[in-house]
Design a protein around this ligand. Structure first.
Ligand code: NAD
Length: 312
């Protein structure tokens, strides 16, 4: 059997960011300066790294960013007041609060406070509900990136059997909803699933989002299946730290038809979709504006490639 085709997330994200950049320039020409507010609470080193790369990507595509750094002992009420101020600031199109938050802050309360139309992470219950109902929504960045890679690799996904391993609110559940809307038959596996390996072996598409290093080996994979590895795990090999996914890449790449690497697969798509969600949010807000003239409306109209859910 031929080795699996490698799905290049870096190249796909670069293409996506080019279209985002064009859209940002068009919005700028129509008087909208696309703006993302990024809120970082505390000193978590990984969060600082993530925020830095999000701000860098934003500046590369012409999105203005406004950064708010708060100390680790920030009270929940202070953070919620800041979010409310950003909600009512018409110059801000998207709000991102970097997770995880310090333990005195309830993440659910934070997500619920962000205005749904500025919720570029797609975590607000209004966006979650819209996604499940098949209505236009800001959808979570990582699963949106996975779907983009799948459609990029396979074209129309109608009728394919997709297995999603993991049922978190940020990856597994929205991934299943997106695949359902793409007309897949969807199975969700989780920590209580029985015969998970056998169920997975029936899949044309496998999306692994578990957080367990190399848990899924070739015995889980149907020959020729397309495999998307969301997992990011750090392991020690020969005294050096290496990043690996949930998929045991070496054996699975000999069986699968196509596979994402870690790193360089899903990761770059996540930031790409954050930028694309910020543009979608700006477009949505501008369309609502009563002052938008017909010509502006045409510029702001979502493209066909923008993922709004309209299939039933
Ligand atoms: P999570 O811990 O919230 O959820 C893990 C899920 O795996 C749970 O639903 C659980 O039921 C399931 N699970 C656990 N053990 C299992 C088993 N033995 N069999 C089947 N299912 C099992 O994790 P998450 O936030 O969804 O993230 C999952 C992974 O994806 C992590 O490695 C995380 O770092 C990574 N991640 C990557 C990106 C990216 O941009 N590439 C973004 C988000 C998360």
């Amino acid at each position: 059997m031929n080795p699996a085709r490698l799905i290049d997330g870096r190249a796909a994200a670069a293409g996506l960011l080019e279209t985002v950049k064009e859209d940002v320039a068009k919005l700028q020409a129509s008087g909208v300066s696309v703006t993302l507010a990024v809120v970082l609470v505390g000193d978590d080193p990984a969060s600082h790294v993530y925020v830095r790369s999000k701000l860098l990507r934003a500046s590369e595509v012409g999105i203005r960013s406004v950064e708010h750094r708060l100390p680790a002992d920030t009270a929940q009420a202070t953070l919620l007041s800041l979010i409310e101020a950003l909600n009512s600031d018409a110059r801000v199109n998207g709000i991102l609060v970097q997770m995880p938050l310090p333990e005195q802050i309830d993440e659910g309360a934070v997500i619920a406070t962000i205005a749904a139309e500025k919720d570029v992470d797609g975590f607000h219950r209004e966006n979650v509900g819209r996604l499940v109902l098949g209505e236009p929504a800001l959808t979570p960045c990582t699963p949106s990136g996975c779907l983009f890679l799948l459609e990029h690799t396979l074209g129309d996904l109608s009728g394919k059997h997709a297995v999603v391993i993991g049922r978190s609110n940020i990856v597994g559940k929205p991934m299943a909803s997106l695949l359902l809307q793409a007309n897949c038959s969807v199975t969700i596996l989780h920590s209580h699933s029985v015969d998970a390996r056998e169920l997975c072996r029936q899949a044309d598409i496998v999306v692994a989002a578990v957080g367990r290093a190399q848990m899924i080996d070739a015995s889980w994979i149907k020959p020729g299946a397309t495999v998307i590895d969301v997992g990011i795990n750090r392991i020690e090999i020969d005294g050096r730290t290496r990043l690996v996914g949930d998929i045991e890449f070496e054996s699975v790449s000999r069986v699968a038809g196509a596979i994402t690497p870690v790193p360089g697969g899903v990761g770059p798509m996540t930031i790409g979709f954050l930028m694309r969600n910020t543009v979608l949010a700006a477009k949505g807000q501008s369309l609502k504006s009563v002052s938008a003239k017909p010509a502006q409306r045409e510029i702001l109209r979502c493209r066909a490639t923008d993922r709004v859910s309209e299939r039933s």
